[in-house]
Ligand binder design. Structure first.
Ligand code: GDP
Length: 295
């Protein structure tokens, strides 16, 4: 995960490690290399620039130049700033409803159905919840079948109705089914498209308005870097979602989406997907991720 970025940041900071005294020129060179590493990781230019400016200011402000261990102090400054950039403290999801309704959004192929299963599995095993998965993709019967396969794998019920072609009434019927059968969480898997389009946005907005979910999660493939960030912005402008799910981190060597999505949409990354299996999911902890990136 993010191997390229880790290596490059390590190299940038390496020249400062073990040094007794450093100069302002050393700090400038290091921050320039950090900026290059971020750009290589597919972080947007403006974000990378602002980030390195903050690091530089802090380094000078915190007396890195006169510190006995300037290298270590610099690593700490970069780690703190990375944590802040990725979202500060970890945030949970709202499970206060009865049932709590969680609406999934995102493009086709982003990993929505897989994550819906992972989240149901997580809530069942770790939070002792009794979730219901609801299939609202009325265009692709295969997507409905896929959700049933996922439900069977984790032992979670799935509500679907292939005769019903209205996603809003499907979502409502799913919630009514949950209430009648004692499910305290409803996870609604919606239809995605290959690219952002008005019809998809209207459809999911209509579902949102009808079911008033406690949580709207936006699911995105982390390997798509700045595209992921742009898609997040389009969805957030319409949906004002509550949190981001970054999938396929196991295949992401660059890390640009994880680093910049929060500062663009001002919404936290709540979960990460780290594989195809149902247990390959984690709550996102910015500080832990920064630790991992900086080794
Ligand atoms: P959807 O169209 O948004 O519902 O996407 P799917 O859930 O069908 O996922 C698309 C593909 O990505 C499938 O082959 C999944 O197995 C795969 N996938 C989903 N999440 C992850 C992940 O975290 N890691 C990896 N490696 N693959 C994933």
């Amino acid at each position: 995960m993010f191997n390229n970025l880790s290596e490059k940041l390590d190299k940038a900071l390496h020249t400062l490690r073990g040094r007794g005294q450093i100069t302002e020129i050393n700090v400038a060179e290091t921050t320039k290399e950090i900026r290059r590493a971020l750009l290589d990781a597919d972080v947007n230019f403006k974000i990378a620039k602002e980030f390195t400016n903050r690091v530089k200011e802090k380094a000078i402000g915190q007396d890195v130049l006169t510190s006995l261990q300037p290298g270590q102090l610099m690593v700490k400054i970069v780690k703190d700033e990375l944590t802040e950039l990725m979202g500060g403290d970890a945030e949970g999801i709202d499970l206060s409803g009865n049932p709590s309704v969680i609406l999934m959004s995102g493009l086709q192929g982003s990993g929505k159905t897989t994550f819906s299963g992972k989240l149901a599995n997580f809530l069942k095993r770790k939070k002792s919840k009794n979730p219901l998965l609801v299939a609202c993709d009325v265009y692709r019967p295969a997507a409905i079948d896929q959700l049933h396969v996922v439900g069977d794998q984790i032992g979670v019920s799935v509500y679907s109705d292939k005769e019903n072609k209205n996603p809003v009434s499907l979502a409502q019927a799913g919630i009514a089914h949950a209430k009648a059968n004692g499910h305290n969480v409803v996870i609604i898997d919606t239809a995605g498209r290959l690219a952002v389009d008005q019809e998809m946005m209207d459809e999911i907005s209509n579902i949102r308005d009808a079911v008033k979910p406690q949580e709207i999660l936006f699911v995105v493939d982390s390997m798509t870097g700045q595209d992921a960030v742009n898609t997040a912005k389009s969805f957030n402008d319409v949906l004002d979602f509550d949190g981001v799910v970054l999938t396929k981190l196991d295949g992401d060597t660059r890390g640009g989406a994880a680093i910049s999505i929060k500062s663009v949409v001002d919404k936290p990354i709540k979960f990460i997907g780290t594989g195809e299996k149902m247990d390959a999911v984690d709550i996102f902890h910015p500080a832990r991720m920064a630790d991992r990136i900086l080794g």
